[in-house]
Design a protein around this ligand. Structure first.
Ligand code: KMH
Ligand code: ZN
Length: 311
């Protein structure tokens, strides 16, 4: 029997993010070459999309350096056809104008678009670590007790103008139920065309907790208010595999990766994001669900294609 690409599921891995810091795992990719290696581990394991942030090469501080983005994207493109989803979330505290720059400089196929403001909190994690490799890490985490991650309607509209100019598909990061209403508004106001791509991000302190009930609630609410969308789930920490598995059972797509969770299983650090991709694909195949190739993922998401990017 021939499988339709839309029966297959898109596995994304978020490879480094801006949440974890170098002291938390020796495997967290920091330099551009480490990030490239992690993206390749994702591709080799069967992932279709890699979500990418960049960091300062020495200190590991997340930043929005365009040269680093360009180097990573072009090196990955030389090696494989994986879809790159560049972040417009960036570092906690990065000025909004810097965050969107990557859309114009790389013209990526997909980029993240955070669907509302929230108290993006990491301060509670700082207590779990006692030795820091860099001075900035503890301060960065503790500073989030008084931090709002700004994604106002104005910011979202301006970001979407940049996305539209480049033909870049937004991946809406949905941290809480009200953000579904925000996306619905953006569609109704004509700032973005359906079908939209939603990434439900569960378990961030400041957003909706990771639970089965909450995922059902988010999905029902998205069906009611938006109707026409492709969706995926990721979850912070140990909820990563349970929540992504639940998404697969409910017909969604899933994201893993070291941005969201540093572990492969209890007490075992993942050596790269590819190990997590391999694990979720093993689980998926046990459920009779096949991973989409990057080309199939392009069809499912309606992307412009790798020949249309600027890297
Ligand atoms: N950097 C975090 C504040 C995104 O990539 O767009 C949120 C984040 C989302 O990582
Ligand atoms: Zn991210």
């Amino acid at each position: 029997m021939k499988t339709n690409p839309s029966d297959k599921k898109i596995f994304t891995a978020a490879v480094t993010g801006a949440i974890h810091t170098p002291s938390m795992s020796p495997y967290l990719p920091v330099t551009a070459d480490e990030i490239i290696a992690d993206v390749m581990s994702v591709y080799d394991a069967g992932g279709a999309v890699a979500h990418v942030h960049v960091r300062d090469q020495q200190s590991g501080i997340p930043n929005a350096d365009q040269e680093t983005f360009k180097y990573i994207a072009s090196e990955v493109k030389k090696r494989c056809d994986i879809i790159l989803c560049t972040t417009t979330g960036g570092r906690l505290g990065e000025p909004v104008e810097n965050r969107v720059r990557v859309v114009n400089s790389l013209s990526p196929e997909v980029a993240s678009l955070n669907a509302g403001s929230l108290n993006f909190a990491l301060f509670h994690v700082a207590d779990k670590f006692h030795e820091w490799r860099h001075d900035w890490e503890k301060e960065y985490l503790l500073g989030t007790e008084d931090f709002i991650f700004p994604n106002t309607f104005y910011t979202m509209r301006k970001f979407l103008e940049n996305f539209a100019e480049q033909g870049t598909k937004p991946e809406f990061e949905i941290y809480d139920v009200g953000m579904i209403n925000n996306v619905s508004h953006l569609i109704q106001a004509g700032h973005v065309q359906p079908p939209v791509y939603l990434q439900f991000v569960l378990g961030i302190l400041g957003g909706i907790p990771a639970s089965s009930e909450n995922l059902v609630y988010l999905l029902n609410e998205a069906q009611r208010r938006i109707g026409n969308f492709v969706w995926s789930v990721c979850a912070a920490g140990r909820q990563q595999f349970p929540m992504v598995t639940q998404a697969l059972i409910m017909g969604g797509n899933g994201r893993v990766g070291l941005e969201d969770n540093l572990y492969l299983e209890k007490g075992v650090l993942a050596k790269n994001s590819g190990e997590q991709v391999a694990k979720i694909i093993r689980i998926s195949r046990e459920l009779g669900i096949e991973p989409a190739t990057p080309e199939e993922a392009r069809q499912i998401l309606g992307l412009k294609g790798l020949d249309q990017v600027d890297f």
